[in-house]
Design a protein around this ligand. Structure first.
Ligand code: BGC
Length: 375
């Protein structure tokens, strides 16, 4: 029997009002196994951490709090395992004010909606202005801060669900959401998003992992080489809202059509990269659209998606002040990079952008895969 589950269950049974001293820590140093451990309480709700494992020993750990991926542990070119995402040592880290969405699921609408307002079928809806004048990542209590229900769990997959009620964070319609994480034998983590609604509503779901393929060796991702299959991006105004136009990347620092080091031209981009790229694809097929390579470790990650866009964000607002970071690492500016597959920011106010309104009777379905290997 998995001792972590046993100890976790005891804490769960006897410790509902107590904070376990070993919060979020491994209780045994034995070989890593799939399983579920008690992580902590949020008021009367229990937070668990679910570990997926494949036959190569790759591990992915996920919380029911925010559907947050806390760890992705993959081998480097010498077979040494390391955690390739930024994270914390405890739930208090994930819950701290200013946690910049490490590893979580983002919804009901990922990225920004201008002036925290949109009009749908002639009615104006007001959202939380939680990012200057704009609404960011679903509002004050987005899908990153709720406890998801666990529909199923085994060694290789975790299925989560959540019913976002009509009016929650100002959005119309009861939105029923399901997210399935699966770890496959080819060292890929697949994330499938499904949703239905009973009233028309904007929906844009993503995951917000901050990758650093050095697994704690490099303090920034500036040496990582990025490739993006995108000839265009959506320029933004000073509050990071798209102007509504698309612009060619050719001849600019935004051009990643041929892999280049992220640090090469970042200084020419005001504040660092934090933009939506228009992927060179049509339709909803699952296609490889991005890759990241870290030469020193040999780690290589490919991103496949059904989505039309990707937010490439270089952790510009990280400043080394986050608490409870994994192993006490200081997460300085550019410590991690996000590749958030998505529809374009502010689409509910941008008629020229691909549609993000889900209607009753329709099914929202998107898939994103992060696939790890060695080069
Ligand atoms: C946004 C950034 C934001 C970050 C963390 C990204 O998706 O594009 O502007 O700072 O999330 O909130």
């Amino acid at each position: 029997m998995n001792i972590k589950i046993a100890v976790g269950s005891l804490l769960f049974i006897f410790g509902c009002k107590l904070m376990p001293r070993n919060e979020g820590k491994e209780i045994t140093s034995s070989k890593q196994m799939a399983g579920k451990i008690f992580y902590n309480m949020i008021e009367t709700d229990s937070v668990f951490q679910y570990t997926l494992i494949n036959k190569n020993g790759m591990l992915v750990k996920i919380l029911n709090y925010g559907g947050t991926v806390t760890d992705i542990i993959t081998p480097d070119k010498n077979g040494k395992m390391g955690d390739v995402i930024l994270g914390y040592d405890s739930l208090s880290g994930y819950m701290q004010k200013g946690n910049p969405y490490f590893g979580c699921l983002v919804g009901r609408y990922a990225n920004r909606i201008a002036n925290a307002k949109f009009t749908l079928d002639g009615k104006e809806y007001t959202l939380a202005a939680n990012n200057g004048p704009n609404s960011l990542h679903g509002g004050w209590k987005g899908f990153d801060k709720i406890i998801w229900s666990v529909k199923s769990f085994n060694d290789s997959s975790l299925a989560l669900s959540y019913l976002s009620k009509d009016g929650e964070e100002g959005y119309p319609g009861n939105l029923s959401v399901e997210v399935m994480y699966s770890l496959n034998v080819d060292n890929s983590l697949k994330i499938e998003y499904n949703a239905t609604t009973d009233k028309p509503t904007p929906v844009n779901l993503t995951n917000h992992c901050y990758f650093n393929l050095s697994a704690g060796t490099d303090s920034t991702i500036l040496d990582h080489e990025l490739m993006l299959k995108a000839d265009k991006y959506t320029p933004v105004n000073e509050t990071l809202i798209p102007t509504g136009k698309t612009a060619d990347v050719k001849g600019t620092p935004m051009d990643f059509t041929v892999a280049k080091k992220i640090g090469k031209e970042i200084a020419q981009v005001n504040g660092g990269y934090d933009h939506n790229w228009v992927l060179n694809k049509t339709g909803n097929d699952l296609e490889m659209i991005a890759s990241v390579y870290h030469a020193a470790s040999g780690r290589y990650m490919e991103v496949l998606t059904t989505q039309p866009g990707i937010q490439f964000y270089t952790g510009n607002f990280l400043d080394g002040t986050l608490k409870n970071t994994r192993g006490g690492l200081q997460y300085v500016q550019h410590a991690g990079l996000c590749l958030e597959t998505q529809h374009f920011p502010d689409s509910p106010n941008q008629p020229a952008f691909p549609n993000t309104i889900l209607k009753p009777g329709e099914s929202y379905h998107h898939v994103t895969v992060y696939k790890f290997s060695i080069k």
